[in-house]
Each structure stands twice: as structure tokens, then as C-alpha cells.
Design a binder for this molecule. Structure first.
Ligand code: NAP
Length: 327
């Protein structure tokens, strides 16, 4: 008999057909509505779950007694309680690699947009306020040749380093759990403590996962170490930064600007002070949001789930390493 999959994110027709060839699929169209009512109704029959952007905690997953695997359409796994999944023997799979280059592109878009004030000045033109040649009050700062600081030298961090080093002639500094000799050789990159990186880099880019260690990694003290002309770029997760402290640092001119794709609360409240600041470029969590990459992520998630439900080891298993999977 086919396994039962609860899908809480829409798939393209070819991917849905691929999943349906292996499983009976229930689509939950609006999983967050009414305290996840539709999702909660579907969970009791679920062998597998596929979706993204919902915190699937014990309160919800206790409703799914036969659940064997969750396939998230994301590389970040901060929406999951991994010790809980381990206890229940539920496999968790993610979608690394396929989104690396696109997310690094987003990081560079934010670097360029903040340094060259693209959004602010394009709005000036659009609003009909470009009435004379612009002068120093509207000048930006160079990107090429400036120091790129990367916090979290993993897949996306490396893709950023590649762009900075080869494309923009930027000296690269990085901070990670551990030094990476291969990265240092390839990009002529220098390992730094967090404190040293913050005080030396012109662009401080966050590419760490959200974990108990990285939550609030950048707070008031860390922002105080950054130079007044430096810019913070966050393409990791909102909670890696203390948003309140960031707002204060931007308001007082402690740092020049911020390019933010992620926020403590998403969607960002329309009354957030961040939206009143010309030196902030805010995007709606678009790190991997291109047609090509989102389709590749969904394909990867479908393949992971099909493997897991067949009792095979999926290509991108996050937990249960070294344990038998329940098919
Ligand atoms: P990855 O390859 O696992 O890289 C993460 C890096 O962070 C690793 O190099 C790791 O260091 C480092 N790290 C982890 N904890 C640290 C800590 N406490 N202090 C210093 N460094 C630490 O992951 P990835 O594929 O590059 O993705 C990174 C994150 O980006 C994801 O988890 C996700 O949250 C976020 N992301 C966001 C978007 C978006 O839409 N904005 C899109 C994709 C991903 P070691 O290698 O030394 O362990």
C-alpha cells in the first residue's frame, strides 16, 4: 500500500506527479490558518511530511503517530526540534547545495544595494525627485577592494568568498567553528576571531545556521566593535542578530547600513523602524527565491522523501546518522 504524504507547500505539476507515483498525497493549502487547523486534521494519517517555513514542534508532531520522515524545502533546519525527532526515530531531510549559489547572489545583491544606495536612489528617481546632478550627499561607498568578512564559512559563505575574491578583488576574512585551510588557500582568506572580524571587515556577512549557539550572536557588544563605515548583511536567519540592538546601532550611526533578508519576526511588521531608514535594504526572505532554484529545492525534497519512505538513506539526511530508517 502507498504511504501517505502530507504536503504543506505547493509543488509544480511534474514534481507532484513524481511524488504521487510513490505516495498518496494530501495537500494542505494554507497550513498556518486557524492555528494550523487543516494541517492538524491531516497529521494523524501522515507517514511523511513535505513543506517549509512552519515550526513543526512536538505540539503538532505528537498528532502524527505514524510519521517516519519530514522533508523540508530549505537548508536551514531551525524549525525542527531534532532531539525530539531523534527520540521518535523520524528522519529529517533538507536541501543543501542546490540553493548555495543563488543565496550567495542574494548576499551580493544586498552588499551592492546597501553600499551603492541603489534602493534609496532608485526611489528618488521614481518619485520625480532627481532634479539636479547628485553630489556627495548621495554618494555611496566602493565595494571592490573592500574587506569582506564572512561569519560561517560553509557552503554559502564559500560562494560569497568566491564572488568577493575573484569578482571584486576583495580581501576575505572569515570566522567559523574551525579554520578552513582549503578556503584560505583558494581565496587567500584569513581566519579571525569573531571580535577581530567585526572590527576589521567593511562588510560583515552572516551565513551561519540558527542554533542555540548562534541565536543573538550579533548583539549590542558585537555591533559596537564594527566600524562606523561598515555594513552588516544578514542572509542567515533573523534571530542571529538582536534586531533591537541593530536598530539602535543604525539610528546612532554606529554602523553605516544593513542589508537584511531575514528578520526576528517574518513577515516584518510594517511599523518596524528598519523600514524608515534609508541606509537599510530589506528584502522578504528571498535568499533562494528564483524559479530555477526553488524548483531544484522542491525536486531535491521530493527525492529525499521518496527515499526515506522506502527505507533507503536519503541523499540529505540531517539526523539519525548511523541508525536504521523505518520504511
Ligand atoms: P553550512 O554549509 O552548514 O555552513 C554553515 C557554517 O556556519 C559552517 O561553516 C559552520 O562552521 C558555521 N557555524 C555554525 N555554527 C557556528 C558558530 N556558532 N560560530 C561560527 N560559525 C558557525 O550551511 P549553508 O548551506 O552555508 O547555509 C547556512 C545557513 O544559511 C542556513 O542554515 C540557513 O539558515 C541560511 N540560509 C538562508 C537563506 C535565505 O533565504 N536567506 C537561504 C539559504 C540558507 P563549521 O564548518 O566550522 O562547523
Amino acid at each position: 500500500m502507498k504511504k501517505h504524504v502530507v504536503l504543506y507547500k505547493k509543488l509544480s505539476e511534474p514534481l507532484l506527479a513524481r511524488l504521487q507515483a510513490h505516495a498518496q498525497v494530501t495537500l494542505v493549502a494554507d497550513p498556518k490558518r486557524d492555528d494550523h487547523a487543516e494541517l492538524r486534521a491531516a497529521l494523524p494519517h501522515a507517514d511523511g511530511l513535505l513543506g517549509a517555513s512552519i515550526r513543526l514542534d512536538a505540539r503538532l508532531l505528537d498528532l502524527a503517530p505514524q510519521l517516519k520522515a519530514i522533508s523540508t524545502v530549505s537548508v536551514g533546519v531551525d524549525n525542527y526540534d531534532i532531539p525530539y525527532l531523534d527520540r521518535r526515530g523520524i528522519a529529517l531531510c533538507n536541501t543543501p547545495d542546490v540553493l548555495t549559489e543563488t543565496t550567495a547572489d542574494t548576499g551580493f545583491a544586498l552588499i551592492m544595494a546597501t553600499a551603492r544606495r541603489v534602493v534609496e536612489l532608485a526611489s528618488m528617481v521614481r518619485n520625480g525627485d532627481w532634479t539636479q546632478n547628485i553630489g556627495p550627499a548621495h554618494f555611496g561607498s566602493d565595494v571592490h577592494g573592500k574587506t569582506l568578512g564572512i561569519i560561517g564559512m560553509g557552503r554559502i559563505g564559500e560562494a560569497l568568498a568566491q564572488r568577493g575574491h575573484f569578482g571584486f578583488g576583495m580581501p576575505v576574512l572569515y570566522h567559523s567553528h574551525s579554520p578552513k585551510p582549503a578556503v584560505e588557500a583558494r581565496f587567500n582568506a584569513g581566519y579571525r576571531s569573531l571580535e577581530a572580524l567585526l572590527s576589521e571587515a567593511d562588510f560583515v556577512c552572516l551565513t551561519v545556521p540558527l542554533t542555540t549557539q548562534t541565536e543573538g550572536l550579533i548583539g549590542k557588544e558585537q555591533l559596537a566593535l564594527m566600524r562606523p563605515e561598515s555594513i552588516l548583511i544578514n542572509i542567515a536567519r533573523g534571530k542571529v542578530v538582536d534586531e533591537h540592538a541593530l536598530i539602535a546601532a543604525l539610528q546612532s550611526g554606529k554602523i553605516r547600513g544593513a542589508g537584511l533578508d531575514v528578520f526576528e519576526r517574518e513577515p516584518l511588521n510594517s511599523d518596524s523602524p528598519l523600514l524608515q531608514m534609508n541606509n537599510v535594504v530589506a528584502t522578504p526572505h528571498i535568499g533562494s527565491a528564483t524559479h530555477e532554484t526553488r524548483e531544484a529545492m522542491a525536486r531535491c525534497a521530493v527525492d529525499n522523501l521518496i527515499s526515506a519512505l522506502q527505507g533507503e538513506r536519503p541523499a540529505n539526511l540531517v539526523n539519525l546518522k548511523g541508525r536504521e530508517l523505518r520504511g
